[in-house]
Design a protein around this ligand. Sequence first.
Ligand code: TYD
Ligand code: MG
Length: 452
Amino acid sequence: MAKGRTSVFYCQNCGYESSKWMGQCPGCREWNTFVEEEFRDREEARRGGSSRRARVCRLSEIEVKDEDRLGTGFGELDRVLGGGIVPGSMVLVGGDPGIGKSTLLLQMCRSLTETGKKILYISGEESLKQIRLRADRIGSFGDSLSLLCETDLDVIEGAIQAEKPEIVVIDSIQTMYRESVSSAPGSVSQVRESTGILLRIAKGMGIAVFIVGHVTKEGVVAGPRVLEHMVDTVLYFEGDRHASYRVLRAVKNRFGSTNEIGVFEMKDKGLCEVMNPSEYMLSGKPKGASGSAVACALEGTRPLLLEIQALVCQTFFNIPRRTAAGTDFNRVNLLMAVLEKRVGLSLSSCDAYVNVAGGMKMNEPAVDLAIALAIISSFRDIPLDEHTVVFGEIGLSGEVRAVSMAQARVQEAKKLGFSRCILPQVCLSQVKGVKGIELCGVKSVQEAMGLL
Ligand code: TYD
Ligand code: MG
């Protein structure tokens, strides 16, 4: 890199670095995202480094204790974190504005104060008064929670060193800044620098740090992707703003599986855990309506029953309209093509709207069969049996293919009182042990249609 250069341009979307301004980012193809920021010479940064000697140790010398994890008091949150908070870890919580990130973290703080854990909650977005008002809605707090409204990281670092808390919450990394970096808060350099400092604090002092990150309209945490690489765990808090339920999903977890989800419901006293999400998802299901099928999908290792709705009607345009809410649009088109060709439904002259009820997002192929049956049911205007659950992947020749963990799915359906399950024929051998529910194995969509 050229000597004497003092500034560099960063794409604010993906962190692409360039020596000159560009209209379109070659990295992420976004327009007008380059902003000039101060260039920090790597050589210079290194020169100021410490003279500590590195200490090498053997794998077997490292001691790990199982009881290291702190329970948050929220079963659903613990599950997503992989069994509780790991001291010295850094967790990024991303989500749309107003989805409940601050509420979730404040509630977590509340239940941690019950066990006397020392917590420092740092907000750069809300005043102390606003936090107090929110806290009053949530419930009574123990005495070990301290608050700080600050955005200057040097001050924050000092406060953490003085307070020595066990857990630190940073409400929005995008509001934090460091004086020595000249660009604006929320820019790539600032976010990266701030996260770096917090990471050092977390690892050095063994403090668990939770940081809130805003999400861009594309649905990724604003700022560079490096943010996600630096932290140990990335959680996304998502859900329909209009529906009250929220799903917490781990997309990266160095201390556990990324397959887990936690389901919450936003109430007037904050977030409540939803112990039985299937029941919750099906609660508004209409009776005797055509175009509705109950699917059993898998969220991580958790079976979840969902209602798939389809509305198929005559089109008035040259090109039929198709929409898919909560599931993959291309998948719906593909399934409609399969139904057209293999089953002989004339869907090409029909508009089709497919929706996963409750605002849930579900892209698992196991919901294929439910989507197909919902479309057929709406097209023929015949309601499906209310007490039937369906799952199975559909191939291009209309065959119903195997899905994983069939037994767990069937058991979930049985638990919720369903009396019949339509599933791939090849999965039948896996579910032999389940009694009390009628199992119908099918090889193709036509066969499943015959059972309607
Ligand atoms: P908030 O945690 O401020 O969202 P974020 O930090 O992700 O931007 O959530 C605010 C929303 O939650 C707001 O629309 C009000 C609602 N809410 C409730 O419905 N009940 C409550 O008890 C609380 C505290 C908030
Ligand atoms: Mg907030």
